[in-house]
Design a protein around this ligand. Structure first.
Ligand SMILES: Nc1ncnc2c1ncn2[C@@H]1O[C@H](COP(=O)(O)OP(=O)(O)OP(=O)(O)O)[C@@H](O)[C@H]1O
Ligand SMILES: [Mg+2]
Length: 381
């Protein structure tokens, strides 16, 4: 069993603050397994016929319970949120950990109904910290879904991911009331994979796909809402430059990205034109996991004049940025100088796969992917 200490620690901390904690993530990311390691006092699975009582008489079932109560697959009965609100306000020793794999409704219902009483934690695949840096390349090539990462060989891993994609398209997605032919969404998702790391023009995608850009937007929302795609919003505070205003997209799990691109082995990935974009997306997801910000608090920056940086976030009221580079020894570029100037950055981190972390310039550090933690720490680390 792979230990997930960072997640366990954060969930425990949230449980110490909020009466309800939501553990959200894509299907098969390990939510149920992780919840099982928290030694809950009671466990209910809303997909299990045995726990039908949570639909029939939830108050009777939950009211008398004390301690840590896990409600798995909460998306099956969002009506429970109003009951949770009542129970959360009782001053008794009771905490709820709710697990779900559908973000849009869950987050909206949860945040609205349980305002101030709920904390959220995202659980994606394994992180570098979970698997150890010596397995970094395997994590990149296979992605972080436990079954994919731990598969006995590359082929088995790929077969698992293909099946995951199939199930997602044929079953999971229909749960959101989407009446979309699975073939269309698959082609769309594959197209997104080809654009991963880029800032695509929705109308252009729509045209090549034979749908309107509103439909493109709708498909993307769906993929984002189920945690399979990340949409990074452009930094939009006026800096007196002409800015790119469209979001940047990533397939979040590089294992799924590679499966969508038809890549199985390390050599396939390394020789593919998307290799650098894939590694950069991988590093970005790892970094996001470490700085612990929500999607809405993350940006990228790009001007029409060509200055650009992959990730921007605020720390103590100042802006930090990170640029991902699949390179042996990253160097200062014009774009980096421009970004430092335009944004009055607190610090720029240049993340790369090498082993050494070293200063590149004033306020710029080349950071080995092994040392990502420093991006969270004190300025000028
Ligand atoms: N930490 C871990 N170490 C090893 N294997 C794991 C770990 N976490 C999960 N797995 C394996 O990954 C698979 C999926 O895990 P789990 O059922 O916990 O995911 P889930 O997020 O609850 O999925 P679903 O959304 O489908 O309910 C299982 O086969 C489980 O044994
Ligand atoms: Mg589960």
């Amino acid at each position: 069993m792979v230990a997930r200490n960072r997640d366990t620690k954060r969930i425990r901390r949230l449980l110490g603050i909020f009466p309800v904690v939501a553990l959200l993530g894509p299907r098969q990311s390990g939510k149920t397994t992780l919840a099982g390691q928290l030694h809950a006092d009671h466990y209910f699975d809303l997909e299990s016929p045995a726990d039908q009582i949570l639909f029939d008489a939830p108050q009777r079932a939950l009211g008398p319970l004390r301690g840590l109560i896990v409600l798995d697959e909460i998306q099956r009965n969002p009506a429970l949120f109003s009951l949770l609100r009542v129970l959360a306000d009782e001053t008794v020793d009771r905490r709820f950990l709710i697990l779900g794999s559908a973000s849009p409704d869950l987050v909206r219902h949860g945040a609205e109904t349980l305002a101030g009483r709920i904390g959220f934690h995202y659980l994606g695949g394994f992180s570098l910290e979970d698997v150890g840096h010596d397995s970094a390349e395997q994590l990149w090539i296979r992605g972080g879904f436990p079954r994919s990462f731990l598969a006995e060989d590359s082929e088995t891993s790929r077969i698992w991911r293909d099946a995951f994609i199939q199930t997602y398209l044929e079953r999971d997605i229909s749960f959101y009331g989407v009446s979309l032919p699975p073939g269309a969404l698959r082609r769309f998702w594959t197209m997104v994979a080809h654009y991963s790391g880029q800032v695509p023009n929705f109308s252009e995608i729509g045209r090549s796909f034979g749908v309107s850009d509103t439909t493109v937007r709708h498909y993307l929302d769906l993929l984002e809402g189920t945690f399979t795609v990340r949409l990074l919003q452009p930094w939009s505070i006026n800096v007196g430059k002409r800015l790119v205003k469209r979001p940047r997209i990533y397939v979040r799990d590089t294992g799924l990205l590679h499966a969508l691109l038809g890549l199985t082995h390390r050599r396939d990935v390394l020789s593919h034109p998307k290799a650098a974009a894939s590694w950069e997306g991988f590093a970005l997801e790892q970094l996001v996991g470490i700085i612990g910000k929500r999607s809405e608090e993350l940006y990228f920056y790009r001007t029409h004049a060509g200055a650009e940086v992959d990730l921007l976030w605020e720390k103590n009221g100042r802006l930090r940025a990170a640029e991902m580079k699949l390179s042996d020894a990253p160097r200062m570029s014009r774009s980096m100088h421009n970004v430092l100037q335009d944004l009055n950055l607190d610090h720029l981190f240049v993340i790369y796969p090498g082993e050494r972390t070293y200063p590149m310039a004033d306020q710029v550090t080349a950071v080995s992917i092994r040392d990502l933690e420093i991006c969270r720490g004190a300025a000028g680390a």
